[in-house]
Design a protein around this ligand. Structure first.
Ligand code: SAM
Length: 306
């Protein structure tokens, strides 16, 4: 006999997406206070005990000469990165993860992918690469002598084989949620997981450009929803999360939203002040963030599919 359980027909992928994602608390349910400082990350990390962070998630400068960095020879840049990464590893919990989000270093039109250049640093420190996540986004510079770049990578490293990992909170809607096996011992049963599918290692989130609700004066912010996916899958409530290149605190906010302890530092006071204001706005329920699970704007659909 066939299993008679019929799942609801899902006509509304947006509603399904919303139902899949954990609701963010609208106000702080406890008194978690983030530790944020205007400081060089090597100094900041010196004050942190070993084995502390369950997740280090960050996007370092790419040595491109942006407002917040001065361009240095590539070898010097990589040596600085190695020192910071070693401190992150020292402070990483044995079941912890490091997510290092980078793009390309560019010199005279030649690109050098920073994830491949930093790969040996992490390997030498004994970490294991679990995924090289491609973050695809829609907006950026239009190149004339090569293809315009529309992705960056997040290398997900773990301290050991015994790492914290939860797939269910980050599942996304299945393409065919009601699809059933049409033969074999599972005939008639749902072929996919009713909780949604694995989001895979290719992620699409809008990057934070001028019309993004999270845009501040910082030139390269993380979308909060991107960090939320990492926080929810790689940590438990109460765990500690660090961004050693915090910028305007997007990772801090994502951690606080899900009741994790948040730590971050940045050398630019203006960014730290914005981060503090954003945390305050979040506390007051006034911070605008793009919700997890919101579909990408599609000009072919009514209201862009939103
Ligand atoms: C790519 S941005 C990170 C932005 C961040 N993900 C956000 O959402 O706002 C890199 C940041 O690293 C900061 N930075 C550069 N060198 C640093 C250092 N030695 N210690 C701490 N922060 C540093 C810069 O000021 C800049 O804000």
């Amino acid at each position: 006999m066939m299993d008679a359980v019929i799942p609801p027909v899902i006509n509304d992928p947006v509603a399904l997406a919303r139902s899949l994602f954990p609701k963010r608390p609208q106000t702080f349910t406890d008194n978690r206070v983030p530790v944020m400082a205007c400081a060089d990350n090597m100094e900041f990390l010196r004050g942190i005990p070993d084995d502390h962070f369950k997740l280090v998630v960050t996007s370092p400068p790419y040595n491109l000469g942006k407002d917040y960095e001065s361009r240095t020879p590539l070898d010097d840049y990589l040596a600085q990165q190695a020192a910071v990464i070693a401190e992150c590893v020292r402070t990483l919990h044995p079941q912890g993860s490091i997510c290092w989000q980078v793009g390309n270093y560019v010199s005279n039109g030649e690109i050098m992918p920073l994830d491949t250049l930093t790969y040996p640093i992490f390997r030498r420190l004994g970490l294991k690469l679990r995924n090289r996540i491609i973050w695809h986004f829609g907006h950026g510079l239009h190149c004339k002598r090569r293809l315009s770049g529309r992705y960056e990578t997040i290398n997900w490293w773990t301290a050991s084989d015994d790492y914290t990992w939860h797939l269910d909170p980050i599942r996304v809607p299945s393409k065919y949620p009601g699809k059933r096996h049409f033969k074999g011992p599972n005939l008639g049963k749902l072929s996919g997981n009713p909780k949604g599918k694995n989001p895979t290692d290719v992620w699409e989130f809008p990057n934070v450009k001028s019309n993004h609700p999270e845009k501040t004066g910082h030139p390269c912010q993380f979308p909060v929803e991107l960090v939320e996916r990492l926080v929810l899958s790689m940590t438990d409530e109460g765990d500690a999360v660090l961004d050693p290149y915090m910028g305007v605190g997007s990772a801090v906010i994502a951690a606080l939203m899900h009741n994790r302890d948040a730590y971050g530092c940045d050398t630019v006071q203006e960014y730290v002040t914005i981060a503090e204001r954003r945390v305050e706005a979040w506390r007051n329920g006034e911070l605008k963030t793009r919700p997890m699970g919101k579909p990408i704007y599609n000009p072919d659909l009514p209201k862009g599919g939103h």
